[in-house]
Design a protein around this ligand. Structure first.
Ligand SMILES: Cc1cc2nc3c(=O)[nH]c(=O)nc-3n(C[C@H](O)[C@H](O)[C@H](O)COP(=O)(O)OP(=O)(O)OC[C@H]3O[C@@H](n4cnc5c(N)ncnc54)[C@H](O)[C@@H]3O)c2cc1C
Length: 434
């Protein structure tokens, strides 16, 4: 029988199971929730989004847009559902997380070729074709088995998740609605700060008590997702040039730019909650409440969720994987998602898609599909399978894609990226997975 086991019903695993089913291969999708949980998931839904509800830019020709376009072209289930369940977010694709996870769960439940098994898998099965997509919070028993399989040590680093504010507790007289550079219809709420307010806030962050890290874990932060206290430590103005940058956000009431701005992004369709953009942190909960309420407009804020620290588990992929997402040593075992070294929701859906397609092709006795290296999907697969000295999970960006020919050097950055993106779509279109 053509059957593949998928471990983990997250973003990568759900997409992989769907891709198997589309190719008439039976998928046994094993998800440990709700019997066993993770430090970040809150529900028993498949494809639960654990932090920001933003799937990043959906504007031509951003790298993240390109990856989304490629997933649309390749028949991704999760991208189609994300498009359907989107909420306004300027030029970004953001989703109503509840509706998104419900729709993915329904699609998987309704597919007769997918069997959803609610149990923890404690070891990589010994002989069948399997996709391991158990994510950055893989359970300890399975982590041990993966480490044994890979023959190399796991690597650890930390991310931290952003707080969510109850919309009803935001002081609307102090904030203004606007998207940066006047894009879209003011989808964000902005809390402006003058110099004095900013400096008081910076000092409070610097003095705040943080949650101690476990002794057995190493402190290496992912640069694109630094906790705010880490940024504050790097310099008085680092936050002002990072998540609190005021450029492109003139206050319509004064026509002037503030010294710093905290942006709040709509979390759900009903605008009942707002995510503090880029405010991941690992201050203690009481300290978060105290410090974040120094922000104008949030003096009486109630937080639906506070920031947290978490461990991120991933394999040393370049030592283990081929660009098909199969293990080089034992090609019946595939890896996908964050565990395989791609970073970010869309990137993890992408490697889930590739692993699903190739596991299906493998059990059907067909040759593997390697996405073209000029595409964003292909560049991610190449990144995780190319040996390098210091490997860390990676978001998609144009630096991963091969440059266009010499003539384009005279072009500006945006034109060059547009050409790289158009070429990527052409190449992928020419060898789309079947
Ligand atoms: C706290 C946190 C915040 C993040 N914030 C963002 C963000 O804001 N933006 C962004 O782009 N990315 C973010 N990421 C990174 C990443 O994009 C997400 O974690 C994403 O969900 C990873 O997708 P995945 O499919 O690899 O894993 P997951 O979506 O986590 O899915 C893995 C699934 O496997 C299950 N599982 C684990 N072990 C077992 C087992 N032994 N047996 C059966 N099932 C198992 C889990 O319950 C889970 O459902 C964040 C990660 C974390 C941990």
């Amino acid at each position: 029988m053509r059957q593949v086991t998928v471990i983990g019903g997250g973003l990568a695993g759900s997409e992989a199971a769907w891709q198997l089913a589309r190719r008439d291969v039976e998928a046994r999708l094993c998800e440990m929730r709700p019997a066993a949980g993770t430090p970040a998931h809150k529900t028993d839904r498949l494809a639960e989004i654990v932090c920001s509800n933003s799937l990043k830019s959906d504007q031509p020709y951003h790298a993240s847009w390109l990856l989304k376009e490629e997933l649309r072209l390749s028949g991704s289930l999760l991208l189609a559902i994300a498009d359907r369940e989107s909420v306004p977010a300027g030029g970004a694709l953001a989703v109503d997380r509840g509706r998104f996870a419900d729709a993915v769960t329904r699609a998987i439940d309704d597919d007769p070729r997918i069997t959803l098994v609610r149990e923890e898998v404690r070891a990589i099965p010994p002989s069948e074709t399997v996709i391991v997509a158990s994510g950055p919070l893989t359970s300890p028993a399975l982590s041990d088995s993966i480490r044994d399989f890979c023959g190399s040590e796991h690597l650890y680093f930390y991310d931290a998740i952003s707080p969510i504010v109850d919309a009803a507790t935001i002081d609307r007289s102090k904030v203004f609605a606007a998207s940066r550079y006047g894009k879209a219809d003011g989808d964000y709420l902005n809390c402006p700060m003058n110099r004095e307010e900013y400096e008081r806030f910076h000092d409070a962050v610097m003095q705040a008590e943080t949650v101690p890290l476990h002794a057995f874990e190493e402190t290496r932060f992912f640069e694109a997702c630094l906790p705010i206290e880490e940024m504050a430590r790097r310099g008085k103005d680092t936050l002002r040039f990072g998540p609190m940058k005021p450029v492109g956000l003139e206050d319509p009431r004064t026509g002037r730019r503030s010294h710093a701005v905290v942006q709040l992004r709509q979390e759900d369709r009903m605008r009942t909650s707002f995510n503090m953009v880029g405010f991941q942190n690992h201050m203690t909960f009481p300290e978060q409440r105290r410090v974040l309420r120094l922000i104008p407009g949030l003096e009486r804020a109630e937080f639906l969720r506070l920031g947290q620290i978490h461990r991120n588990t991933y394999i040393n992929a370049p030592e283990v994987l081929a660009p098909t997402m199969a293990a080089r040593r034992e090609p019946r075992v595939f890896f996908a998602g964050q565990l395989a070294g791609t970073e970010g929701y869309i990137e993890n859906i992408a490697t889930g898609l590739v692993a699903g397609i190739n596991a299906a092709r493998s059990v059907r006795g067909e040759g593997a599909w390697i996405p073209p290296p000029e595409s964003a999907v292909g560049s991610l697969c190449r990144y995780v399978s190319t040996p390098r000295k210091h490997f860390a999970p990676m978001n998609v960006h144009f630096g991963l894609l091969p440059p266009v020919d010499d003539g384009a050097r005279r072009l500006g950055r945006k034109d060059r990226q547009a050409r790289v993106a158009r070429r990527a779509l052409e190449r992928l279109n020419a060898c789309r997975p079947v």
